[in-house]
Design a protein around this ligand. Structure first.
Ligand SMILES: Cc1cc2nc3c(=O)[nH]c(=O)nc-3n(C[C@H](O)[C@H](O)[C@H](O)COP(=O)(O)OP(=O)(O)OC[C@H]3O[C@@H](n4cnc5c(N)ncnc54)[C@H](O)[C@@H]3O)c2cc1C
Length: 409
């Protein structure tokens, strides 16, 4: 996706316009969901002391910085904060809330680049939230160059130009955002950044340490792919709409085994068979099996395509709650990942150290053992999926494509 910068509706609306007011309300909600204030607060906490001077560029209604100020731990006092935004939408109520934190907030209704030209060069920190993406490359370079001359630290949270962010921005109506916000969100993502584009726009040779990277979503997977699993790999027909939604319908159809139209029970020399009922639309009529080494790799690649950063092989050993999210500690490495939301998708079988995983226990005689075998040239009719019953256990057999049948027990 190439970067494209289009005017956003909010920029052309007067601060008192009800549509602008609704958009600013929506933006507050989006900022909360994105967790940008928490990220900025974490980054600022290491840099600020009492009496610091900060400028927030493109400050909007000032509430983003207010949330940052409330989340900084330890919170510095006697901070002088310049809130620079040409819309002049910062209320007396907001500045009073800063005062309660012993911060002096000064709203400055000005064009940021013009203001930077005459701003002093002694700021401890400057911040920008969802602001830099408004600028074409030459103006962005000029702005960053002025910033670099005037502050010790610069922290920016910007939209990531990715398919996942685009899909999320198109779904904002679900959380009640108005038409202007929904439209602006898509424009913002298309104007956003990826890789090290912001670092590239930063002026050279000034002794800055630059850190730029995606802030979630990420996938930490402990095993190296491709890897097999003790699993039949059969996907019921009812899963097909989800695969379509992920854009994987065709790929799955090309790699999976034949449609399973008959279920059967094989026990000793007895065999029972029954026709599988066809699933109703929008499902495909019948389910199919796919090798797990292919299926899981396909899903992981799709997550990466949608913008997820993949850390593999990384095993998460502990998840710690922080004030605005979680810290995931990676086992055996001095690494950690921070996220607002963690999905513990580690399966239910493997014991581990996470609170959501089963503990290691002593083996018992009643424990089950699972195994899986791949057969080439199997005589199993292609559309039949039998359940095999044998003394002490059971298993399944299914054609999984690439002339192989899988048995898992
Ligand atoms: C014999 C058998 C046959 C089955 N047949 C079928 C079938 O035909 N169809 C079907 O739909 N289901 C089947 N299942 C069930 C199916 O395998 C599971 O429901 C499914 O794999 C669960 O998916 P999951 O993503 O929750 O967990 P998993 O598939 O187990 O994935 C969890 C992942 O998390 C990783 N992980 C674990 N801990 C960590 C950590 N600390 N840090 C980072 N990564 C970690 C693991 O490496 C793994 O890749 C079968 C199960 C068995 C045992």
């Amino acid at each position: 996706m190439l970067r494209s910068i289009q005017p956003e509706a909010l920029d052309s609306l007067a601060a008192c316009d009800p549509r602008a007011q609704r958009s600013r309300r929506d933006l507050r909600l989006i900022n909360i969901l994105m967790g940008n204030a928490g990220s900025a607060a974490c980054a600022l906490a290491k840099e600020l002391g009492d009496g610091a001077g900060i400028a927030d560029l493109g400050a909007g209604d000032g509430t983003f910085m207010l949330r940052v100020a409330r989340q900084i731990r330890p919170r510095p006092v006697r901070v002088a904060l310049s809130l620079v935004d040409r819309a002049g939408a910062i209320s007396g109520e907001t500045t009073a809330r800063f005062r309660a934190l012993q911060w002096t907030a000064t709203p400055l209704a000005a064009d940021v680049i013009e203001w930077l030209h005459r701003a002093p060069a002694d700021f401890d920190a400057m911040t920008a939230n969802l602001f830099l993406h408004h600028f074409e490359p030459p103006a962005l370079r000029r702005l960053l160059s002025l910033v670099a001359e005037r502050t010790r630290v610069f922290i920016a949270c910007e939209p990531r130009r990715s398919h996942l962010a685009l899909a999320a921005s198109r779904a904002l109506w679900i959380i009640g955002c108005g038409p202007e916000t929904c439209e602006d969100a898509v424009i913002s993502v298309r104007a956003g950044f990826r890789d090290d584009e912001l670092s590239q726009a930063w002026p050279d040779g000034r002794g800055w340490e630059l850190k730029e990277g995606p802030r979630g979503p990420f996938v930490a997977e402990k095993s190296v792919f491709p890897r097999d699993k003790v699993c039949g790999g059969f996907l019921a027909a009812t899963s097909s709409p989800l695969l379509e939604e992920l854009g994987l319908g065709e790929l799955f159809a090309g790699c999976a085994g034949p449609e399973i139209r008959t279920v059967a029970l094989f026990a000793g020399s007895s065999q029972l068979a029954a026709q599988m009922p066809a699933a109703p639309a929008p499902c495909r009529p019948f389910g199919r099996a796919m090798r797990r080494e292919d299926f899981d790799a396909m899903l992981l690649a799709r997550a990466a395509h949608f913008g997820a950063t993949i850390y593999q092989p990384w095993s998460v050993g502990a998840v710690q709650k922080e004030h605005d999210g979680f810290r995931c500690l990676v086992r055996g490495a001095n690494q950690e990942l921070r996220a607002r939301l963690v999905i513990a998708a580690h399966g239910s079988w493997l014991p581990g150290s996470l609170a959501t995983q089963p503990r290691h226990g002593a083996a018992r005689p009643s424990d089950l053992i699972g195994f899986k075998t791949h057969f080439r040239g199997a005589a199993l009719p292609s559309h039949v999926m039998p359940l095999l019953a044998f003394p002490g256990g059971y298993g399944g057999l299914v054609n999984s494509g690439a002339s192989s049948a899988m048995a898992s027990s």
